[in-house]
Design a protein around this ligand. Structure first.
Ligand code: FES
Length: 150
């Protein structure tokens, strides 16, 4: 039987992490190819529903990454994202979603190696957790979110 290859969706801001991921490529640093990058203007633009939709569309793990604190191109978007992240984590924990499937990080445009390490680490963790869809079946029906099919 083939080894499970997790699908990881990464929501990254265009000004820092996307540029950092680009640097990873131009520096020829190898990292897991399991990640699909979705570029957004700023992490402050990432809605809960994007994350939930990613799971329903087949993602096994999620990365949210943007500029370091005080470096946001829009001044405070990353602070809003961090606050949202705290609420999202608690919400997912409440409904029984293993929060180890979601990782929040700061990666700047100069941190190509950090991006590679982050992706490799998340892919490795999610591989150990197994496919999200199988996991979802183990969430008791009475706490499984009804309307959002997580
Ligand atoms: Fe990067 Fe706001 S522009 S987090």
């Amino acid at each position: 039987m083939a080894e499970f290859e997790p699908k990881v969706t990464a929501f990254v801001c265009t000004w820092c992490t996307y540029a950092g991921a680009d640097l990873t490529g131009t520096s020829r640093i190898k990292y897991a190819s399991n990640v699909r990058v979705l570029r957004v203007p700023c992490t402050g633009r990432i809605d809960f529903m994007y994350v939930l939709q990613a799971f329903t569309q087949g993602a096994d793990g999620i990365i949210i990454s943007g500029c370091h604190p005080a470096d946001c191109h829009y001044t405070s978007g990353n602070y809003h994202a961090r606050r949202r992240w705290i609420v999202l984590r608690a919400l997912l924990d409440f409904v029984g979603v293993d929060t180890r499937r979601i990782h929040f990080a700061w990666v700047s445009a100069a941190e190509g190696a950090k991006w590679a390490d982050l992706v490799n680490s998340v892919v490795s963790n999610v591989r150990e957790l197994g496919p999200y869809d199988e996991y979802r079946q183990t969430i008791p029906a009475h706490i499984r979110p009804g309307g959002i099919a997580v």
